[in-house]
Design a protein around this ligand. Structure first.
Ligand code: SAH
Length: 387
């Protein structure tokens, strides 16, 4: 490839090993260096070329000039009593995103974000006694989808993240794991709509799954979408349905859905469900339907029954999320009795249905509360943690 063509490649941190080969060939370096450089970054989380000790001094200097450096600065870490940690990360060029580490206590495990990941039995635990942690990452600074009950949606879109910024969240968050914690599941459920800028999400997935990088299993990754039909189709095709898919449905009919989710006018429920039917799920796996319960809007027994009818033909499990309060929103959390009744109707109809607990609430890290970070408390850990 010519130098001009290679200039169209993403920043070094976002390049796949094949693309690294191109870059290094241009610098007169042998092919195997590509794998070395990729491993330093994506397996070991080292962003600083000077520390890449098996590369030649000359190459380290060239890479420093070309700009390998951390794209994220750890601005703050907030800990909730339940062990949840929210990381506030500064982006180059301004803007902040957040990602959340959620330890799975045995009780929370079913009902929480980890419930989107199945087939535990097929994979032996690497450390049986370790606490499994789910990491929730962001794909955009802000969000353009405009969901009426979501803080990120109300804030609007700042910008989409590039693949290397998405991957760096995982590499940085990993350094905040406690000694007996193991990063088990990755969910694209933070700020932003992952399928809105599909190309960067797709590249990030490839980087995260690469055997010379973090080597994450697609079964342990779930992408959550507001329901962008073309993106669902592409994700299904590009990864043969192996990436877990969660869909934010939140309503049993178009009238209610359009009221709380403007995107429903573009991709109404029938079209969305058709795309879900076509998603090439592997055998025994199910889609996750997310349903945020909003007081007096979508939380009645009649809505639950309508939802059962709608979802009957699909291999799904349902995660109910009692709405987390956000500022300046007319929408409220339903009384607990309504949540329980809603769940009962779905369960009695044969759906596996969990109520997602409000983990991380104390640090505004619960679903829909990832807005542009406001008041910050000082970092409790030494250094930036971003290496
Ligand atoms: N854009 C993606 C992923 C981000 S949001 C999506 O829409 O799926 C992750 C989940 O939290 C979504 O199901 C979203 O609808 C839900 N959510 C947003 N605001 C919420 C709130 N205030 N309370 C509870 N859940 C909320």
């Amino acid at each position: 490839m010519s130098e001009a063509a290679s200039r169209k490649l993403p920043p070094l941190l976002g390049r796949l090993p094949g693309e690294w080969e191109t870059t290094l060939a241009e610098l007169g370096e042998p092919k195997y260096r590509a794998r070395q450089a990729f491993r330093w970054i994506h397996q070991r989380g080292v962003f600083e070329p000077q520390s890449m000790s098996d590369l030649s001094l000359g190459l380290r200097e060239r890479l420093t000039e070309l700009g390998v450096k951390t794209p994220l600065e750890v601005l703050d870490v907030r800990r909730s009593p339940d062990g949840t940690r929210k990381l506030v990360l500064g982006l180059g060029g301004g803007g902040r995103i957040e990602c959340v580490l959620i330890p799975m206590t045995p009780l929370a495990e079913d009902a929480d974000a980890a419930a989107v990941v199945e087939d535990e039995t097929e994979e032996p635990d690497t450390d049986a006694g370790a606490t499994k942690v789910t990491l929730c990452i962001s794909t955009q600074f802000g969000c353009a989808m405009g969901c009426k009950f979501c803080a990120s949606g109300q804030a609007g879109l700042g910008r989409g993240l590039e693949a290397h910024e998405i991957v760096a969240q995982v590499l940085v968050s990993r350094t905040f794991l406690e000694p007996r914690e193991e990063l088990k599941n990755l969910v694209f459920m933070g700020m932003g709509e992952p399928l809105h800028h599909y190309d960067q999400t797709e590249r990030a997935l490839r980087l995260l799954m690469h055997p010379d990088g973090l080597n994450l299993s697609p079964r342990r990754i779930t992408v959550s979408t507001v329901g962008l039909v073309p993106g669902i189709k592409r994700l299904g095709q590009d990864f043969q349905g192996k990436i877990g898919l969660a869909v934010s449905l939140h309503a049993p009919n178009d009238a209610i859905r359009s009221r709380i989710m403007p995107m429903n006018d573009r991709y109404p429920i029938a079209e969305l469900l058709a795309a879900l039917r076509e998603y090439p799920l592997p055998r025994r796996r199910r889609l996750t339907i997310e349903y945020t319960l909003i007081d007096g809007v979508n939380d009645g027994p009649e809505h639950a029954r309508e939802l059962c009818k709608l979802l009957r033909p699909l291999p799904v499990k349902v995660n109910l999320i009692p709405m987390n309060p956000i500022q300046a929103s007319p929408f409220r959390t339903p009384p607990e009795a309504r949540v329980v009744e809603f769940q009962r109707i779905l369960s009695d109809s044969g759906f596996s249905c969990f109520v997602r607990t409000r983990r991380g609430d104390a640090v505004d890290a619960a679903c829909g509360q990832l807005a542009m970070a406001g008041d910050l408390i000082p970092l409790r850990r030494g250094g930036s943690g971003a290496a």
